[in-house]
Design a protein around this ligand. Structure first.
Ligand code: C2E
Ligand code: CA
Ligand code: CA
Ligand code: CA
Length: 283
């Protein structure tokens, strides 16, 4: 605790004092939050890509961008270690901006190599409802000559529910611009299925907690099957995420899931590894 305290002091400056207002009792958190601010400028963040394939022929159609922090002392940090803190401190806005520009730059580079993939990017509520968000997306796409339908924004049910009018307005703008919206971790929130018919949703991502039990639990199997049927009736594409076993992939393809994502298909990986993965004969 003393070491953490010392680090917090060393991180120093008015940032720490400023952040202290949100989380006054956790110096470790203060330190990391202060460091994250400069990490964005110092180019310590990176995006991993995880492949998304069609369920029937396992053809590569897209990838989800997942942020990592290459911390100078702590090593490679998963998003769980810093994204929630960034959300609480407001740093999520510059962080999301970095993620978006980086993802679209990667998309442009892949396109230049003949890979026409749809990249999915996770967006927090705070970033989504930042004024001018949809216009900024349109600008970033145009600057890189990427068609809007090559971008999919992943929002959670909580994001959709927590600030409905604001979220709804942005989603309408995004839809008008041609950007797709996916509902992430589908089935884990307080699902109000009614919003599916009133919001412009292109995709739902069935959470891995359902996927992992789909071959062993007849209840989960029935739930997923019903969700797929509902989604398809509303013209919404279904992605099953967290697929680790071949039996799961087959069950989900059998139920009619459109796309698959998970360690079985490919782990999240740095861009170079992702490019190498694309070249594999197996792929
Ligand atoms: P998520 O959006 O639900 O992302 C899927 C998570 O499941 C990723 O964890 C991924 O590595 C992991 N995963 C993928 N396939 C499998 C599998 O077969 N088995 C298992 N057990 N796990 C699998 P990761 O990369 O640690 O990301 C965690 C969460 O952090 C994400 O959950 C997302 O909510 C958030 N996140 C990641 N990148 C960003 C970002 O750029 N912005 C924001 N706002 N949030 C992000
Ligand atoms: Ca970089
Ligand atoms: Ca996601
Ligand atoms: Ca998810």
């Amino acid at each position: 605790a003393m070491a953490a305290m010392y680090q917090a002091k060393r991180a120093g400056g008015h940032f720490v004092l400023h952040e202290a207002r949100t989380e006054p009792l956790d110096p470790q958190m203060l330190s990391l939050t202060a460091e994250l601010r400069s990490a964005i400028d110092r180019d310590e963040l990176l995006l991993f890509l995880q492949p998304i394939v069609t369920a029937d022929t396992r053809r590569l159609v897209g990838a989800e961008c997942l942020v990592r922090w290459q911390h100078p002392r702590r090593g490679l940090l998963p998003p769980g270690e810093f994204v929630p803190r960034a959300e609480r401190s407001g740093l999520i806005v510059p962080l999301s901006d970095w993620v978006m520009r980086e993802a679209l730059t990667i998309a442009a580079n892949l396109r230049a190599c003949g890979q026409d993939l749809r990249l999915s990017v996770n967006v927090s509520r705070r970033a989504l409802t930042e004024p001018g968000f949809a216009d900024l997306m349109t600008r970033y796409l145009a600057e890189r000559a990427i068609p809007a339908d090559r971008l999919m924004l992943e929002l959670t049910e909580q994001t959709l529910m927590s600030d409905e009018p604001a979220g709804r307005a942005v989603m309408g703008q995004l839809q008008a611009a041609g950007v797709g919206v996916a509902i992430d971790d589908f089935g884990t929130g307080h699902s109000q299925l009614a919003y599916l018919k009133s919001l412009p949703v292109a995709q739902i991502k069935i959470d891995k907690s359902f996927v992992s039990d789909v071959t062993t639990s007849s209840t989960d199997f029935a739930i997923v099957r019903a969700l797929v049927e509902l989604a398809h009736a509303l013209d919404i594409q279904v992605v099953a995420e967290g697929i680790e076993q071949e039996t799961q992939a087959q069950a989900l393809a059998g139920i009619g899931c459109d796309l698959l994502q998970g360690y079985l298909i490919g782990r999240p990986m740095p861009v170079d590894a992702f490019r190498a993965w694309i070249e594999q004969p197996a792929q």
